[in-house]
Structure formats: C-alpha cells, structure tokens
Design a protein around this ligand. Structure first.
Ligand code: SF4
Ligand code: SF4
Length: 418
C-alpha cells in the first residue's frame, strides 16, 4: 500500500508533468487523498492544523494549463501580499501547489521568502512562477524602448533565481506588459527563449493588467508564450470581449491564469463594503478556459474562504446579487480601460495612478502602490497647480481627488511601508 507521501507524489507528478496523452481538462479528482491523507502522511509539512483538517472533504477541481500539459488545482496563490511565511505555509498545507511571485514584489523580499520556505519542501512538488518586468518599457504606451537588453533581462532573472534558491522556475513571465508590440518585441523574445534554452524556466508566459485582448492576441501570434496571466474579473467593462479572446487563444493552446479576480477587494476606502470575494473568485473560475487563479491572500480566513470555492463553483442567488451590486458600484477598481489616457493636461498616467490607488485603498498594499508611482515618476500632489480637471472617467471617478490622496505615498519613507 502506498504511503501518503507516495500517493501525493504520484498524483502530483501526474498533474505537473507535461504529457500529451493525459489532457483531460477540468477533471475532478478526489483531493481527499492528496490534501488530507496525502499531506498528513507525507511529512511534507511540519504539522497539520485544525483549519487544514477542515478541507478533508474537499473535492478539488483540476484544470490543464494549456499546452504546458500541467494540471493545477483551480486555486493557487499570489504571494505578492503574503508577507509572512506562516501564510504561505498555510497555503501549502491546504494543498496549493502553484505559487506566483515576481522580481519586483517587496523589492525582492517576496522571492527571498519563498526561497527560504521551499528549502523545507520537495521543490518538485510545487509549480513556481516568477516575473521580470522588461527594462525601458513605457508604462503609458506599453512599448519597449531601445534601452531593453537581453543581458539586463537575464541579470534580473538570475537575481530572482538566486533569491528563490532555485536553478529553475516552472514558469517565467514577461511582467506587466500592456501592448502587442511589447509582446512581440524581438529582443524580449530573444531573452525569453534564451532563459528557456539555458534551463532557467520550463515554460514562458506574459502577464498583463491592461489592454488584455491585444496582449493575448499578440501572445498567440508570437508562438513562444505558453501562458498568459491576465487581470480577469466580474467588474471589467470589457469582460465579454476578454472572455471571447481568452476562448480563442485557449483553443490555440495558451494556458490562462487569472489575477485581480477580487476587483480591488473593497468598494470603499474605509473597507465597510467588501466585495464578496468568494463569489468573485467563482465568477472568474466559472470560465473553464481559466486554469487557475492566484488570489493574493493576506489572512488565514481568505485562504479558507477561497479554498471552499474548490468544492462548488456554482453561485448562490445571494452571491449573484452581491456581484451585481458590486458591479454597479464604482468602487475602487479602475478598469484599466485607458479611455482617459491622454486627457490630463499635464500628461499624468491616470490608469497607472488609479491602479496605485486601488493597491492602496483596496488591497492596502502601499509597497506595490509606491513602486508603481515611482516607476511613473509621479510626484506628491501633482494636480496642485491645475485649475480644472479635464479627465473624464467611464466610472465617474473623481480622478483629481484620488490622485491627491494616493500621491502622498511618494513622500513616505520606505521604512514605514515595507
Ligand atoms: S486636475 Fe490633475 S488629473 Fe486633472 S487635468 Fe489637472 S493635472 Fe491632470
Ligand atoms: S480611470 Fe476610469 S477611464 Fe481611466 S482607465 Fe480607469 S476606469 Fe478607465
């Protein structure tokens, strides 16, 4: 009889090893063996908690990540805001196998934290993704300039691998790409191919928060990308177009991972109106072309809540109503639709500042917000000498007010934030 450890290992290898003979999508597996008996018997984890034990009956849905052939549970973990080891380890205990980080998260500390954690586990049992932002990428136009070099990109990747204490990541993304031109940029393609040839990653991908349909179409055209990590949620005004583009690309073998599924997490700055995050996650995962989602957990109860989605994706009437309410409420989430781009008299990058605003007031992630503001060269109170605002937002955001609030971050010393 197989021990828990060996059952786990067999199931895991079956799920992550690319095997063209084994492509049954959306297969439901009895995860009881994997998470409970498997993990408990595995000595994979140091101790089992009462909370983890509550998932013993979970019947987890697995999906295949496009042409990679890798099968993953539909809930994974965005490590960006999981700044404590305990939270990441709690995710591992609950059976999460895919962890997503990036070179820029927490100025490298996020990768370092994951690197330390995975020293205590069998690396082969996890699917780790990291991301590198291409140098000299204009956040406003999304285009990559002449300052991009293959060498610099590889240097960032090497730093990431060192922090992660790994020779190879499973998935390497070109990060935060927002134009088709950038996706197809010959030097970026050269760098990504080189990373794969050198065995520094198994698969290649591109991540996008903006102009997602254009980026996805270019990823198909480029032919080198296996996966797209895309913003995808119930509040996006262009969700129908995006859903169709995802379907078209999935038919051509692209695997999809969803982010920003919580659409900001809250509808108000005071956090009195939370988005029904379980319903929001269900909405994204009801699209069977989405292999897995990477919610950014910050608390143990978020993990439990999201994991419960694994058992049942069907929405209750109340959940449908909650999403309908949240959809109509302007809230904190900027669509990144770029309709306002170019409207500011002073040329401010409004969509990016609004994304920083969402990171700050929705996710309470000041670090990420400040980094984005700094990248964009935004100063404190940049609207102070402007007599009237010419920016019109499709969600009727009072853009100038939000800029005034969030731009204060740029003068806050890092030691108070990170
Ligand atoms: S108020 Fe601010 S956002 Fe509006 S036009 Fe002036 S500088 Fe631009
Ligand atoms: S601020 Fe408004 S118009 Fe501009 S990108 Fe965001 S949602 Fe679109």
């Amino acid at each position: 009889m197989l021990s828990g450890y060996h059952r786990l290992k067999l199931l895991y290898w079956d799920s992550i090893n690319p095997n063209p003979m084994n492509k049954s999508d959306n297969s439901r597996r009895n995860f009881l063996k994997l998470t409970a008996a498997g993990l408990a018997g595995a000595a994979l984890i140091k101790s089992e908690t009462a909370q983890a034990a509550s998932f013993k009956k979970a019947d987890v849905i697995y999906r295949t990540l496009g042409r990679t052939g890798v099968k993953l549970p539909i809930v994974s973990m965005g490590a960006m805001r999981g700044d404590t080891k305990a939270l990441i380890e709690a995710g591992i205990k609950r059976g999460i196998v895919h962890f997503d980080t990036a070179h820029v998260y927490q100025k490298g500390k996020n990768e370092e934290m994951l690197g330390e954690i995975f020293q205590n586990y069998d690396r082969n049992q996890f699917f780790i993704a990291t991301k590198v932002v291409p140098d000299d990428m204009d956040r406003k136009t999304g285009e990559i300039g002449s300052g991009f070099t293959v060498e610099k990109f590889m240097e960032y990747l090497d730093t990431s691998l060192k922090r992660l204490q790994m020779d190879q990541v499973d998935l390497l993304y070109a990060h935060a790409v927002s134009s088709g031109k950038a996706v197809l940029h010959p030097e970026l393609i050269k760098a990504l191919k080189l990373a794969k040839e050198q065995g520094k990653c198994k698969f290649l991908g591109v991540s996008t928060h903006k102009n997602e349909p254009e980026v996805i179409k270019a990823a198909v055209e480029a032919g080198i990308y296996d996966v797209v990590l895309t913003a995808y949620n119930f509040k996006q005004d262009h969700r129908d177009e995006l859903t169709q583009t995802i379907a078209d690309a999935a038919a051509k073998g692209i695997g999809f991972v969803a982010m920003k599924t919580m659409a900001g997490g809250f509808l108000d700055e005071e956090h009195t109106k939370p988005v029904n995050t379980k319903a929001a996650l269900k909405w994204a995962l009801q699209n069977e072309n989405i292999c897995t989602a990477i919610p950014g957990f910050t608390a143990f109860e978020h993990l439990d809540e999201s994991f419960s989605v694994m058992e049942k994706l069907k929405m209750s009437k109340q959940e449908e109503k909650d999403l309908e309410f949240a959809r109509e409420y302007a809230g904190l989430y900027c669509n990144q639709c770029s309709v306002c781009a170019g409207q500011c008299k002073k040329g401010l990058p409004i969509p990016e500042i609004m994304r920083s605003y969402m990171y700050t007031y929705g996710y309470r992630d000041m670090n990420q917000a400040k980094t984005l503001l700094a990248d964009m060269g935004v100063k404190n109170d940049p609207c102070s000498d402007c007599d009237s605002c010419t920016v019109s937002c499709v969600k009727n955001f009072a853009v100038a007010d939000k800029i005034k609030k969030v731009s204060r971050l740029v003068d806050v010393p890092d030691e108070f934030i990170s």
